[in-house]
Ligand binder design. Structure first.
Ligand code: MN
Length: 708
C-alpha cells in the first residue's frame, strides 16, 4: 500500500519524474491516456503563468503527482491534471467527455463546482455545515481528493499572494479543508494543510512555536534514544516482532491543544512520543502489556481505538506513561495496515489493486464496504456506519440563504420547503423565489450549493396545492396548520353570518333565541359550543335554514328573503365555480356542498339548471365593498395568425390584468383559432372594457365572456 512521501513543497516536478511514479502502479494503456491528458492541459494552459511566475501546468501536475503518491486510479490522475482547464481555458466539459470519457469529465466538473461555492460570507456560514455541503456536493469522493490536492499545492505557493487573500485561503483551509481531510482519515494531508495554513495565518505564533519545538527536540534527544532502546529491548525479549519510531506532534496540533486547554508550551506532554508497529492485532495488545510493565501508565489516558475505531476508521492503541526520569510520554501501538490507513485514510482504499469488480460497485459503495471490512475485525459497525452516513449525508441537500447561511434540507426539497425552513412566516407569506438569481416556480427542486432568495408578501397565503410537492415535515405541518386554522375561523365566521341571515328571514335576531333552546339544540347535535355549530354550518355540513327554523319554530317566514352578502374575503369556505367564473356584477347563487362550504355560481350557469331550488342553495348577492380580484374567462376567436396571442396578452397587461391561464385550440374547419383566456378582474365592468379593447386587435374575430 502506498504511503506518500513527506511534503515536497515547491519541489520542481517534471513530467518525466511524474511518469516514473505512475509507472509503479498503472499499466501502459492508462499511462498513455494520462500522457494525453497532460499534453491537452499543457497546450490549453500554454502561455498562462501562475502568480509565482511558473508555468501554469506546473500546478495541476503537482496536484496529480500528489495523488499518484497515494496510487490513486488513472481517472483521478487525469482529472487532477485537467482540473482547471474548463474554468480557465477554452476547452469545454463536453470536449473533455468526448476525449477522456464521461467519468473524467464528471470529476473535473465536480471540482469546478466546488470552486464556485460562495465562501465570501463564510463568517455567517457555519463551517461544519459548509463541510457537509462540500461532502454532499462531492458525489464521487474522488472529487474531494482532487480538490484537497489542488488546495495543498496552492498553499505551497501562497506566499506570492496578497496578505489579505493568503489569510483568507489559510483560514478557509483550517476551517474547512483540513478537517475534511481528517474526516476522510488522510491524517498526513490534514496535518500538512494545517501546518501550511498555520504558517500563513499566524506567522508570528508559528515561528515562536517552531523555535520552541526545535529547542525541546534538542533537549529530548537523549531521552528519546534511551526510551526507544529500552522499549526495543523489552519487546525483543518477549519475541514481539515490531518496529519502534520516535514521533513528533505537528505544530498546529500543539497550537490547538495549547489554545483549547489553555496550556503553556511546557505543559504539553505529548509533543514527542513513540509509535510501535507490529504485525498483528494480538501483538499490539501484547506490546501494550510490555509498555505498561516497563513504565507506569498514567490513569485515564489509555484508549483502545482497535476495539472501537474512530469514525473515520482510524485504529490504534494509545497510552500515556511516565517514561525515563518520570517524564510523561505517549505511545501509539498499531499494525502495519492500521498505520497505512492512518496516513492515507480513504485514499488507501482507492489503490488500484483489483482490476476486477471495481467498476461494478459505485466508488462510494466500495469505500463503505472497505470500511466495513476493517470494522468487522472489531467494534460496533453501527457506530462507524452511522457516523459516516451522517457526514456524507446522502439524504440531504445544502443551499445558501440570502444571508449566506447554509441551510440543510431533505433531498428533493423545493422553494417552499426552503421558505418554511427559514421561518414559518416566510413560508406562509411566500410570494416568489429565485434560484441563483432566477425566478423559478415554487415546486423547483433545489440542488447543492444553490443560492435561494424568497420574496414574501403580506397578502400571500399558503396554497393547498403545495402539499403535493413539499417534502420537509416543517413545511407540510405548517401548511396544514395554516389551512386548518384558517378554515376553522373562516367557517365559524361564515356559519354565524349564514345563521344570522336565515334567522333574519324569520324576523328573529340571534340574540332573541332563548338560551334554553340554544342549549337544547347544541346538546341534541352533540356540540359543546355555539362556535362548533357555526363551524359546521360554515362548512356546509348543516343547513342554516333548518337550524334557524329549529331555533325559532313559532316565527313566520318573511315574504322576501334576504340574500347573503359575499365580500370576497371569506377565505376557503367560499369558492367560485370554475364552470362559469362568477364575478361581481353577475347574478349569483350559492350551493352548499358538504365539507367545502359554499360554491358560488352565476345564476345563468348551465351546470345548475338541472338542480331544483331547495334548501341546499342559498341566495347570494355581492357586497358593495367587495374589492378582490376574481377570475373571468374570455373566449377569443382569432384568424390563423402568428403573434395574435402576444398582442392579446399585451393588451391584457396594458390594462393591468393578470393572465391566469391560456388554452389555445386550432379549428381547421373554420380557419379560426379559439383561445380561452382566464384573467383576473374586479368586476363585470372591467371585463367588458377589456373585451372591447381585445375586439379592436387586428385578426381578432370575436371576443366574449364565456357563459358556462
Ligand atoms: Mn487548481
Amino acid at each position: 500500500m502506498a504511503v506518500p512521501r513527506k511534503s515536497k513543497n515547491n519541489e520542481d516536478i517534471t513530467f518525466a519524474k511524474f511518469k516514473k511514479s505512475i509507472q509503479k502502479y498503472l499499466n501502459s494503456y492508462q499511462i498513455k491516456k494520462i500522457e494525453k491528458a497532460y499534453n491537452v492541459a499543457k497546450d490549453a494552459h500554454h502561455g498562462q503563468k501562475r502568480k509565482s511566475g511558473e508555468n501554469y501546468i506546473n500546478h495541476p501536475l503537482n496536484a496529480a503527482a500528489y495523488l499518484a503518491d497515494y496510487e490513486l486510479d488513472h481517472e483521478t490522475i487525469m482529472a487532477a491534471i485537467l482540473h482547471d482547464v474548463v474554468e480557465d481555458t477554452e476547452i469545454s466539459l463536453e470536449n473533455l467527455g468526448r476525449t477522456f470519457g464521461k467519468k473524467v469529465a464528471e470529476l473535473v466538473d465536480g471540482v469546478s463546482k466546488l470552486d464556485k461555492i460562495n465562501f465570501n460570507s463564510k463568517e455567517e456560514a457555519d463551517a461544519a455545515n459548509l463541510r457537509k455541503m462540500i461532502l454532499a456536493m462531492s458525489n464521487d469522493i474522488r472529487v474531494l481528493l482532487i480538490k484537497l490536492a489542488d488546495r495543498r499545492h496552492n498553499l505551497t505557493t501562497i506566499g506570492v499572494l496578497s496578505k489579505h487573500k493568503a489569510k483568507r485561503i489559510a483560514r478557509e483551509t483550517l476551517e474547512i479543508y483540513a478537517p475534511l481531510a481528517l474526516r476522510l482519515g488522510i491524517h498526513n494531508l490534514s496535518k500538512e494543510l494545517e501546518n501550511l495554513s498555520f504558517q500563513t495565518y499566524y506567522p508570528l505564533r508559528h515561528s515562536i512555536l517552531i523555535a520552541n519545538i526545535d529547542k525541546a527536540r534538542g533537549n529530548r534527544k537523549l531521552l528519546m534514544t534511551k526510551t526507544q532502546s529500552e522499549v526495543t529491548k523489552k519487546l525483543n525479549s518477549e519475541s514481539i516482532k515490531s518496529q519502534t519510531r520516535a514521533r513528533e506532534k505537528h505544530a498546529y496540533g500543539i497550537y490547538k491543544k495549547m489554545k483549547s486547554k489553555e496550556l503553556k508550551f511546557s505543559q504539553i506532554h505529548d509533543i514527542f512520543g513513540v509509535r510501535i508497529i507490529t504485525e498483528s492485532v494480538d501483538l499490539c495488545y501484547r506490546a501494550l502489556g510490555c509498555i505498561h510493565n516497563l513504565y507506569k501508565p498514567i490513569p485515564g489516558r489509555f484508549k483502545d481505538y482497535i476495539a472501537i475505531p474512530k469514525s473515520n476508521g482510524y485504529q490504534s492503541l494509545h497510552t500515556a506513561v511516565l517514561g525515563p526520569h518520570n517524564l510523561p510520554m505517549e505511545f501509539q501501538i498499531r499494525t502495519n495496515d492500521m498505520n497505512n490507513l492512518a496516513q492515507s485514510g480513504i485514499a488507501a482504499h482507492w489503490v488500484y489493486k483489483s482490476k476486477t469488480s471495481i467498476s461494478k460497485l459505485s466508488r462510494e459503495q466500495q469505500w463503505l464496504n472497505n470500511l466495513l471490512d476493517i470494522q468487522k475485525q472489531a467494534g460496533d459497525p453501527r457506530e462507524l456506519l452511522g457516523s459516516i452516513k451522517e457526514d456524507l449525508n446522502p439524504g440531504k441537500v445544502y443551499v445558501f440563504s440570502s444571508k449566506g447561511q447554509i441551510i440543510e434540507l431533505p433531498k428533493k426539497s423545493t422553494l417552499i420547503d426552503f421558505a418554511y425552513s427559514i421561518h414559518t412566516d416566510l413560508g406562509n407569506k411566500y410570494l416568489k423565489g429565485t434560484v441563483d438569481g432566477q425566478f423559478k416556480p415554487p415546486d423547483t427542486i433545489l440542488k447543492n450549493g444553490q443560492r435561494i432568495i424568497i420574496i414574501k408578501s403580506e397578502v400571500s397565503k399558503p396554497d393547498p396545492a403545495w402539499l403535493n410537492f413539499v417534502v420537509s415535515v416543517k413545511a407540510r405541518t405548517s401548511i396544514r396548520n395554516y389551512l386548518r386554522n384558517m378554515h376553522d375561523t373562516d367557517a365559524i365566521k361564515l356559519g354565524r353570518k349564514l345563521l344570522k341571515t336565515s334567522l333574519e328571514e324569520l324576523e328573529v335576531s340571534i340574540d332573541d333565541v332563548p338560551k334554553k333552546t340554544l342549549e337544547f339544540i347544541l346538546s341534541e347535535l352533540k356540540y359543546n359550543t355555539i362556535d362548533e355549530l357555526f363551524k359546521e354550518i360554515g362548512l356546509g355540513n348543516k343547513i342554516p335554514k333548518l337550524i334557524a327554523l329549529r331555533m325559532a319554530p313559532s316565527f313566520k317566514k318573511k315574504n322576501n328573503s334576504i340574500a347573503y352578502d359575499i365580500e370576497g374575503s371569506e377565505g376557503l369556505v367560499i369558492s367560485y365555480a370554475k364552470c362559469c367564473h362568477p364575478i361581481p356584477g353577475d347574478m349569483i347563487i350559492g350551493y352548499v356542498s358538504q365539507g367545502k362550504g359554499i360554491v358560488v355560481h352565476r345564476s345563468s350557469c348551465k351546470s345548475i339548471k338541472h338542480t331544483k331550488p331547495n334548501d341546499d342553495n342559498i341566495e347570494l348577492r355581492w357586497s358593495e365593498n367587495v374589492d378582490n380580484n376574481f377570475s373571468a374567462s374570455i373566449i377569443i376567436e382569432v384568424e390563423n395568425e402568428r403573434g395574435v396571442l402576444a398582442q392579446v396578452s399585451s393588451v391584457i397587461a396594458q390594462n393591468n390584468h393578470n393572465i391566469e391561464s391560456v388554452n389555445y385550440t386550432d379549428s381547421h374547419d373554420t380557419g379560426h383559432n379559439t383561445m380561452l383566456i382566464v384573467v383576473s378582474v374586479k368586476n363585470t365592468n372591467q371585463v367588458k372594457k377589456l373585451i372591447d379593447k381585445i375586439k379592436k386587435i387586428k385578426n381578432v374575430y370575436k371576443a366574449e365572456r364565456k357563459r358556462s
